[in-house]
Each structure stands twice: as structure tokens, then as C-alpha cells.
Design a protein around this ligand. Sequence first.
Ligand SMILES: NC(=O)c1ccc[n+]([C@@H]2O[C@H](COP(=O)([O-])OP(=O)(O)OC[C@H]3O[C@@H](n4cnc5c(N)ncnc54)[C@H](OP(=O)(O)O)[C@@H]3O)[C@@H](O)[C@H]2O)c1
Length: 308
Amino acid sequence: MHVLVLGGTRFVGRAVTDQALAAGAEVTLFNRGQTAPELYPDLETVVGDRTVDLSALAGRRFDLVVDCAGYFPDVVARSASALRDAVDRYVFVSSVSVYADQSVPPHEGAALLRDDSYGGRKAACERVVLDHYGDRALVGRPGLIVGPHDQTERFSYWPRRFTRSGPILAPGDPTDPMQWIDVRDLAAFLVGATPSGVFNVVAPPVPMADLLDACAAAAGSDQEVVWMSTAELLAAGVDPWMGVPLWIGDPQWSAANLVDGSRARAAGLTTRPVGETVADVLAWDTGRGGPVEEPLSTDDEKRLLAAH
Ligand SMILES: NC(=O)c1ccc[n+]([C@@H]2O[C@H](COP(=O)([O-])OP(=O)(O)OC[C@H]3O[C@@H](n4cnc5c(N)ncnc54)[C@H](OP(=O)(O)O)[C@@H]3O)[C@@H](O)[C@H]2O)c1
């Protein structure tokens, strides 16, 4: 199998590339050669800017293209059109942010945004891919994507926090559902023998307390965990959208961690245990070295705990 990866050198595309290589595929990357160009010295990289010109791919043929980081429908239209006769299948990495109503658990048939937001544009990109490729298209809608090389710090904050001293602020209720997809499980689904169609790509939700237990275990920590309720955090002026990492205090987003992933599971999605993701993220985080700008600073955490 010859896989073309549009992107491939930051986070999702990197996992897709690694997965395709592990599966024995030949991989060609298409990007501008700006992001981590040293990553895959043995792979062919076709250099180009997808917003302008994909002619460097003219005349090429691939079994599969994985479009890892398409954000604008006109840009996705450019690649979808340029590759229409060059690939058998077009895989597009979308997002659960496409759903118009995040207050009820979204399933694949739910209404989509049609505005100019990130989610609305991703939904428009999906339409472009589906219009061009029909039943040759696979649209994956991941939830929060986590794992090694995730630079957003939303997830890595938690295992890392358990390596620091002092009482740990835990947001909301211990039973609050948390949901994500490990980037490696996402990649396996996207380049595996997945049927065509549109799929939410998420792991089953787990209680926040289970995530924190896994973090404590990975870090070998027995530090005190102090739960602050959503009402308390909101009263303290904390930003309801991840003012504390992973916590969502906005009722309009109450089902953001309850996405229905059953369709993908039936189509072959498997998800690794929480403890494995946490341990691998902590190992990656420890290994990368250097200071990290914490999404919740030590001072802010202390201030909130003092008001508890
Ligand atoms: N993080 C989350 O929780 C989350 C949740 C749901 C969905 N998503 C989706 O996950 C994806 C994340 O993508 P990623 O950044 O990790 O993908 P990636 O493929 O690992 O990295 C982005 C790639 O795009 C290339 N690129 C950027 N601009 C380009 C251009 N104009 N022309 C050609 N190549 C270009 C970059 O290389 P160069 O800079 O060298 O060109 C880089 O290789 C997105 O589709 C996002 O919507 C994320």
C-alpha cells in the first residue's frame, strides 16, 4: 500500500505516518518542509504549499491519502480535486466540533454547524471531501486527541502535575465523564481496514477520578487531591472552557465528553487503556525536557485552593 500523507510532521499526521509505516506501507509526505523537516529522513517528502499549488503531485498514484490538517473548505477542495484520479481513498481528519448542539451526546447523523467557526469550517471541509469521493471517503471526527507529541498541554498537565508537590486541585465531580482519543488509536483506525463513511472517533468516557488515579499511579504519587465543584470554580471566575485543563463548566458543552463512538467501534476502532495513554504521555513529557507553560499555573492553583 502506498499512502500519501498531507501534513505528517506535527502530531496527528506524525502518528498516521508512524502507523502506516508500522503496517508495512510505503509513505510519501506532502508539506512545506517547515515543521520538523528532520523527522523522516528516509521518507519521500514532496514539498509544496497546499493553499497554493499541489502540482508537484501531478501524475502520481497512491492507494490512500490521509488529509491530516485541513481547516478551510477552499484549501481542502484544492487537494480533493487535484487527487481525485490519483488516489483510491481520501481520509479526512475532521472533529467532533462539527456538531451544532454539544449539549446532547452527538451521533454521526446530528445537525452540523454551518457558520464560520472552526467546527463550521471543518463541516464544510467534510462536505467537500464527501462530494468529491462519495463512498471512497472516510471522514473521522475525533474528540480531544491526546498522546505523545500533543503540544497543547491540556492532557499532559495531569500526569505532570502529579510529579510536582502540593495538594492537587481536581475540577468538578469525581464522576464527571472525560473523553478523548489516543492519537495512536485514531491513526490505526484511519489507515486500517476501516469502511468508508463518517465516524466519531472517541474512546468511551471515563470518570475524572479514574484519570487522576491513573496519573497518580504513573507518577508514583500519593499526594492529596482536592475536588472543587463546578459551581465553586465558576464562582471563582475560572474560564468555563478548560480554565482548569480538561474541565468544561459551560452547560452548552455538557455532552462534549459523551460523544457516541459505537459506530467506529463496530467498524474496528480499538482504544487502549487509560493507564497506557497516561504512562506514555508522562514518559514523553519527561523526555522532552525544558520548561512548559502550564495551562493552570501553580500560583492560580494555590489561589483557588486557598479560596476552597
Ligand atoms: N488536537 C485536538 O484535540 C483535535 C481534536 C479534533 C480534531 N483535530 C484535528 O486534528 C488535526 C491536527 O493536525 P496536526 O497539526 O496534528 O497534523 P500534522 O499533519 O501532524 O501536522 C500539520 C502538517 O501540515 C503541514 N502543513 C501546514 N500548512 C501547510 C500548507 N499550507 N501546505 C502543506 N502542508 C502544510 C505541516 O508541515 P509544514 O509546516 O512543513 O508545511 C505539518 O506537517 C487537525 O485536522 C485538527 O482539526 C484536533
